[in-house]
Write a protein that binds this ligand. Structure first.
Ligand SMILES: Nc1ncnc2c1[nH]c(=O)n2[C@H]1C[C@H](O)[C@@H](COP(=O)(O)OP(=O)(O)OP(=O)(O)O)O1
Length: 202
């Protein structure tokens, strides 16, 4: 079983969509996750999911916590510096291949980062309006959970693939999702210390 991470970095949009600096609309409500928000996506240049968009992320290294992994992968792939403890635990996704657990993926989000994204051998970064995420160029499951995560919700999900390996050539066949899950026990290092996830709502 592989343990991996995804990290979604959010910022307030800098343009109004025309390429010009946007004017502040004092009548509109603003939040971290409305249509004035961008998410940093990467176009993956190699490995699993090559050619598709995703968040920065990857596999845990030995001795590393999920938070540390998410921060390291984001630094290595796109050059942004993030302190692991500012990452908000937003989801736990289990990907099954032919009914065996293939990958457990810890999903984080943050608005706190330093630096400007730059491309690497692994990834081409792109600030993308949250309302314009290219779900047709992403893992098929992403459209089911990513909008909620970008809107500030938490999720636990299981996604069933069949016919692999590799996972990214298998067919997506089924899923189960639970929203509003409390991951408070992961606030320390991203590792579950309670032995269970606690449902905070339906
Ligand atoms: N189904 C699905 N949806 C969304 N995201 C993913 C999946 N399956 C996945 O594996 N993923 C994510 C989880 C990871 O963030 C990446 C895969 O990581 P990978 O590129 O294999 O890990 P790295 O550590 O970057 O790879 P190397 O550098 O070791 O080659 O996709």
């Amino acid at each position: 079983m592989i343990e991996a991470t995804l990290c979604f970095v959010l910022r307030e949009s800098e343009t109004d969509g025309t390429g010009e600096a946007g004017e502040t609309d004092e009548t509109s409500e603003t939040s971290e996750t409305d249509s004035d928000t961008d998410v940093l996506l990467i176009e993956k240049r190699r490995g699993l999911g090559e050619g598709w968009y995703n968040g920065p992320g990857g596999k845990l290294e030995p001795g590393e916590t999920p938070r540390e992994c998410a921060a390291r992968e984001t630094r290595e792939e796109v050059g942004l510096e993030i302190a692991p403890d500012v990452l908000e635990y937003a989801g736990e996704l289990t990907f099954l291949l032919d009914e065996e657990v293939h990958t457990v993926c810890h999903v984080f989000r943050t608005t706190e980062f330093a630096g400007e994204p730059r491309p690497s051998d692994e990834a081409r970064p792109e600030w993308t309006p949250v309302d314009d995420v290219p779900y047709d160029q992403m893992w098929e499951d992403d459209r089911l959970w990513l909008p909620g995560v970008l809107a500030g919700d938490t999720v636990a999900g299981e996604f069933h693939f069949a016919g692999g390996p590799p996972l990214d050539e298998a067919a997506f066949v089924d899923h189960e999702l639970e929203w509003g899950v409390s991951f408070e026990s992961r606030d320390g290092d991203g590792t579950d210390t309670s032995g269970e996830t606690e449902a905070a709502g339906e």
